[in-house]
Design a protein around this ligand. Sequence first.
Ligand SMILES: Cc1ncc(COP(=O)(O)O)c(C=O)c1O
Length: 435
Amino acid sequence: MGKSTDFRYNTGATRVPWAAVGENYNAADLMEIIRFLMQGEGKEYDDAINAVWEQVKKLDKVSTPPGKLSLASQVEGAEQACNEYLGTTTSTFVTNCTAGFEIAYKYANLKAGDEVIVPAITFVATMAYPLAIGCKLVFADVDPKTINMDPADVARKITDKTKMIVPVHIGGYPVDMDPIMELAKKHNILVLEDAAHAFGALYKGKKVGTIGDFASFSFHEVKNITSFGEGGIVTTNVPNFGPEMKRARFLGLDFSAPIDKWLYNITPIPGKEKPFVASNYSTTEIQGLGLKLQVARNEQIIAERRRAAEYLNKRFAENDALIPQPLGDDKTVPTLHLYLLQIDPAKAGGDIQTLKKKLAAKGVTEIAHFGPLYRFKVVQDMGYDSDEIAKTCPNCEEVFYKRYTHLPLYGLSDEQLEYMADAVLESVAEMQAGK
Ligand SMILES: Cc1ncc(COP(=O)(O)O)c(C=O)c1O
């Protein structure tokens, strides 16, 4: 193993190496991993897998295991690939996007009673930490065109207790960041971009996730790219905080310098106003490798999603009750993680609930999507009055209950895509005919 950036592994030549303390994977394990990643059945598959096994088992005799399975060169390689792709220097690979949020929230020194503005429509991960520690979540209404946070409503809801604004690039469509950054600057508020869906999106020519004080991307298995099912990249623009994020990822340890008598040199992480204690969000080398491999394909994946979205937009143009997915322009480019389909209920002869039922009956799977957070039981049980909040988020109520759903865009054959477009058009035509 080459020299590690973690001093604990730089033991030099030894008779009894440190790596000997852990169990390694062998050729039979590798075969199970191959079977897991490339599943199949039938004679052709069995023949192929048996041929692979004949070769793989020879590896036991000629190979050595990796010197390290966690936080080493593959993780660094993934971070470097993300930095190159995003044009950042601070990419830090963590267990998931939610962990990245926690680092940003802890940096903000959030405490009970502080206010955090989140969009009314997002996934629970966006608000989990501030909700857990007793902050007051303030729900910004959405822009009905994109279902992203509406900056004008954020402006109305800022108070002197607001500590953070968390724009979420839902479905990978960029939030209108300029007015949000302006408000944040004016009121000394930190901005955390929830870029879970938006790795590779552009806002006015800038990569999404490089605009706010912090951003976190998700590589959970359903996202455009993944790092073996879980993973997140957190970035920051806070001066000098990049290296601190590496320590914030792993309990505040400083790996760069040897320590005396194994008394770990663990210090708190500097926060906005005071230091905080770090947690452990370390990632594995195999995840790092997985991320690096998929980052290299990201542009190709976005282009493929775009082709599918353009096709759906073209098909849906034939019925003016259908409002297509916004595709941005040459400077604002979505990742098209999801296709946002909206209807005009007055023209469609019914609302989205009817359309969703019709699509399900035609075998178009309804993908779990994003609803008003203030309607979630966990929020209600923490003392929030859903109906009162709903009155402050009229667009959210309208689009969620009446107008929108998400359609999948990726991994579909041309036939499936065409079938889905036909199913939407036929269903809306039925609604319009009062059927
Ligand atoms: C909008 C949004 N934010 C945050 C997350 C959390 O991502 P992760 O599962 O990587 O923590 C998700 C995951 O689905 C999401 O959809």
